[in-house]
Design a protein around this ligand. Structure first.
Ligand SMILES: NC(=O)c1ccc[n+]([C@@H]2O[C@H](COP(=O)([O-])OP(=O)(O)OC[C@H]3O[C@@H](n4cnc5c(N)ncnc54)[C@H](O)[C@@H]3O)[C@@H](O)[C@H]2O)c1
Ligand SMILES: [Zn+2]
Length: 364
């Protein structure tokens, strides 16, 4: 199957890199690891307990020579303390400027290990080998790395592009169903923000881990993300640009924050956020009621929530929104849908419209 492997390039001048797509992980990654070690570059792997346990055979197949740091799973690992552990590990293994790191895991490991690679010796190379659907379609591409602080999520980090990304869909076989479903929220997001055809594909029948076109869909998401990142790597565009990737996230982050990051997986909060963004777009006159129904139907068909599971207070959600670091100068800058398959950023949206969208998804 590996002969089917394909490559997509993220074009960022000297920071350009390939994303390799295959069903099976081994051959490209092993070839890359061998080529690098022939040139005497040392490598270490960072992963978490779940990935190490479920994918130990795969891990040993390509990492046999490399020391592996296994961290506890979960969002709590994206911490200053774990960053210290990774950095001490790199130093302890005697890594130098020519060495590189491989992040083998979901977004937590990718963000943390990527940040360690960005800061160790002021920056060493790293590769992303994503093992969750979310990491395959989103976090492994684009070079945003970071950790959480006590004050909030992703508050410390760096832009540090990987040298390559290896996406192998076979790794998803051991991913818990709820995690796959959560990743689907990001896939649906891509359809909504930039690809009506992808959205139509998801409308026709739900995508599952067994869908024959899963690799093609993942590839399409990476393509959409790559094009957006190429145009606005550091999210500095005054409008649209990389911020479009936050569709549904201003609402979603507020839900996560108000519920202490325990009640919902990120993708689940984003699903409700997408429904809220669609409602807001309707309130602004951009979407028809029938479009909102289509958005909610696709989310629901993928077993994602479209309303808060328990009502949350509007006041707290609005306060969380204005604390979100993506919000500029206190005024919420929203990503709304101009149509299904096309998103735009909008500033200065009336609070009343946002409140109505929140009520539509079950805030009180
Ligand atoms: N850098 C970015 O651009 C970006 C984009 C989106 C999200 N993120 C970040 O990504 C993180 C979420 O990532 P995630 O959803 O991948 O979560 P995660 O890394 O916590 O993985 C989810 C769970 O699945 C387990 N797991 C991973 N792969 C597995 C496999 N193949 N088999 C069995 N179990 C497996 C993990 O141990 C974990 O328990 C958040 O911290 C978020 O902020 C970053
Ligand atoms: Zn997200």
């Amino acid at each position: 199957m590996n002969r089917m492997a394909e490559t997509l390039t993220v074009h960022l001048a000297e920071r350009s890199y390939p994303i390799h797509f295959a069903v099976e992980l081994n051959s490209e990654l092993r070839a890359e690891m061998e080529a690098l070690s022939r040139s005497d570059r040392k490598a270490v792997v960072v992963t978490d307990d779940n990935v190490a346990a479920h994918q130990d055979v795969r891990l040993r197949q390509w990492s046999s020579e490399s020391p592996v740091l296994v961290l506890p799973p979960g969002e709590g690992t994206k911490s200053l303390e774990s960053l210290g552990r990774v950095l001490d590990f790199l130093a302890g293994q005697g890594l130098d400027r020519t060495s590189f790191l491989v992040a083998f895991g979901g977004g937590v490991i990718g963000d943390l290990a990527g940040f360690a690679a960005a800061s160790y010796l002021r920056g060493i190379d790293y590769f992303q080998v994503p093992t969750t659907l979310l990491a395959m379609v989103d976090s492994s591409v684009g070079g945003k790395t970071g950790i959480n602080l006590k004050a909030g999520k992703n508050l410390a980090g760096a832009f540090h592009q990987p040298r390559g990304v290896f996406i192998a869909t076979e790794l998803l076989a051991t991913l818990p169903a709820r995690e796959f479903t959560a990743g689907m929220a990001e896939v649906i997001k891509y359809g909504l923000l930039g690809d009506a055809e992808l959205f139509g594909r998801l409308e026709r029948s739900p995508l599952t881990s067994a869908s024959p076109d899963l690799p093609a869909v993942i590839r399409r998401c990476c393509e959409l993300k790559a094009r957006i990142v190429e145009a606005d790597e550091r999210e500095r565009a005054p409008e649209d640009g990389r911020a479009l990737l936050n569709l549904g996230h201003t609402f979603g982050h507020a839900i996560e924050q108000v519920t202490g990051y325990r009640r919902y997986l990120h993708g689940e909060a984003v699903a409700i956020g997408l429904a809220a963004a669609a409602r807001l777009s309707m309130r602004l006159g951009d979407l028809e009621a029938a479009d909102v129904v289509r958005v909610e139907s696709v989310l629901a068909a993928h077993a994602l929530p479209v309303r808060l599971i328990e009502p949350l207070p509007l006041v707290g959600l609005l306060a969380a929104m204005t604390r979100d670091k993506k919000v500029r100068a206190g005024l919420p800058r929203f990503v709304v849908l101009a149509r299904l398959g096309g998103a735009v950023t909008r500033e200065g949206i009336a609070v009343a419209a946002v409140e109505s969208a929140w009520r539509d998804v079950g805030a009180v």
